[in-house]
Design a protein around this ligand. Structure first.
Ligand SMILES: *Cc1c(COP(=O)(O)O)cnc(C)c1O
Length: 489
């Protein structure tokens, strides 16, 4: 067992395993009721203090006020947008980078700098990040010019949207770096994991007073802030009269690395009344198959989709779910993870699968359905969804159709539609743009004018910012690149 400060500062356990909470502190319905009408920061302190027990309440308050300030989120950090009687939208993209990663990555630097002080482990944290698009920018923005940190982001070359790339390559801060990897997200993520495991490299870093840490959702410090908004959204649904406190609801979550949805499951283990989590995927439907068959099989074609932040075939947080579902059988999990590495597949057996299915429903949505959903929701409710959120919205509809369960549901909306303006614009007005090529900014302007919604400040500001050229490296060259950036040997 380790302290929360140690888990946050190191990111990954020494043996390459992931940190998990020893137990799940219960939150009573009365406490959820007490969240009604409270600022997001108060709700966050209430939940965070249950886990970060080596942080004082005052420290947590400082972290929370710095992270979820009005300047950064423009108001309440995670508002529930009321769509219709049985479905609301939890908007998680009001932060500086317009994607839900801000919910965790705005607060992680504050946790991390305090954690390092507490553990006295090293002078400088070198934060390695693999990104499918949104984590990279959010980490760079969160850590920009934070003393004693160096952030190195690896993103798939050609595998992110124009807006996502621009967000990274225009980010200011001498301590933040974006590097393009020839390959897809899984290649970048595997490369980062390998770097974490290199004892020799760790020793070299240590000599310089540095140590690796992670800003990916493998870091416990990134998961725990995500538990907060499930409670917060539930309290809002009670407050708005959608449900009575204590009623079980469903959450539909657009899923890639299984971090966001896992945080929801942790909230359920703490007592949040949830009937099901809809695990929504795009055509990279490895999780849908896993939930439906009990076999995880990454041996399949990788698809580049219009919801690129979910283009993932190896969901790193699934390990944490299995830890709970096997009643902490680490041996079994190691066996499965070895099989995943060696054969690309493993099967969990009927009993464990049943346990997974009792909490999760898997559904996947193809490209055409995603576009149709963006268009349908806009035409029916005047609300613009980004492609990821559209996948989750449609998956909830599929769940209702297949199970006849009409329970009230909350759809997690993980990105502003303006991060994917081109895709959204063409989904809404297919005939107007056939054959036309638009720059990222032209698409934003058109979307803003036609759908009558405002471009988020952070994206507007990208225009005219100087772009820094990224290095492009093969997966095998990532170590060399890290050393170059850190000026080691
Ligand atoms: C990261 C991301 C997801 C997937 O979240 P996970 O925690 O990896 O499952 C979904 N949508 C968007 C917009 C994202 O940036």
């Amino acid at each position: 067992m380790v302290s929360s400060a140690h888990a946050i500062s190191s990111g990954l356990a020494k043996d390459g395993g992931l940190f998990v909470p020893r137990d799940f502190p219960p939150v009573a319905l009365a406490e959820i009721d007490a969240m009604k009408g409270k600022p997001y920061g108060d709700r966050a302190v209430q939940i965070l203090s249950r886990y970060l027990t080596d942080f004082s309440e005052e420290e947590l308050r400082e972290c929370v006020s710095a992270a979820y300030s009005k300047e950064k989120f423009g108001g309440f950090a995670a508002p529930l947008h009321l769509l219709k009687k049985d479905t609301d939208i939890l908007e998680l993209w009001h932060g500086p980078t317009s994607a839900f990663k801000d919910m965790a990555l705005q607060i992680l630097p504050h946790f991390l700098t305090r954690a390092v002080r507490k553990t006295g482990e090293q002078k400088k944290s070198v934060i390695l990040v693999a990104t499918s698009g949104d984590t990279g920018k959010a980490a760079m923005a969160g850590f920009s010019d934070v003393p004693d940190t160096e952030v190195i982001v690896f993103y798939p070359h050609g595998g992110v949207s124009d807006a996502q790339r621009l967000q990274m390559t225009t980010q200011r801060g001498n301590n933040v770096h974006a590097v393009a990897v020839e390959g897809n997200f899984d290649d970048a993520q595997t490369g980062v994991k390998l770097l974490f495991g290199k004892a020799e490299l760790a020793a070299e870093l240590k000599e310089q007073g540095c140590a690796f840490s992670s800003a990916n959702s493998i870091n416990w410090g990134r998961l725990v802030p995500q538990i907060v908004y499930y409670f917060s959204a539930y309290a809002d649904a009670v407050e708005k009269g959608r449900i009575q406190n204590g009623t079980e609801i469903v959450f539909s979550v657009p899923t890639g690395n299984f971090g966001d949805i896992l945080a929801g499951y942790y909230a359920k283990l703490m007592g949040l009344p949830v009937k099901k989590f809809i695990c929504a995927s795009n055509s990279n439907n490895v999780l849908t198959d896993f939930i439906n068959t009990g076999t995880y099989d990454r041996n399949r074609e990788f698809h580049r989709t219009i919801s690129p932040s979910m283009d993932i075939l190896v969901s790193s947080n699934l390990e944490r779910l299995l830890y709970e579902k096997t009643e902490h059988n680490s041996e079994k999990i190691n066996e499965w993870m070895d099989a995943l590495q060696e054969k690309g597949a493993y099967s969990i057996g009927r009993d464990i699968q049943d346990a997974v299915v009792s909490d999760f429903f898997g559904a996947w949505i193809d490209e055409i359905e995603t576009q149709e959903t963006i268009s349908d929701v806009f035409n029916n409710y005047g609300y613009v969804l980004d492609p990821h959120s559209a996948v989750a919205y449609k998956a909830l509809q599929k769940y209702r159709l297949m199970t006849s369960d009409e329970t009230y549901g909350i759809v997690l909306s993980t990105a502003s539609p303006f991060k994917f303006s081109d895709v959204v614009l063409r989904a809404l007005y297919p005939d107007d743009y056939e054959g036309k090529v638009l720059t990222a900014f032209e698409a934003m302007d058109e979307l803003s004018q036609k759908a009558r919604i405002d471009i988020p400040q952070g994206l507007k500001e990208l225009r005219g910012l100087p772009e820094r050229e990224s290095d492009i490296v093969a997966p095998g060259e990532m170590e060399k690149e890290v050393k170059k950036i850190l000026a080691i040997d």
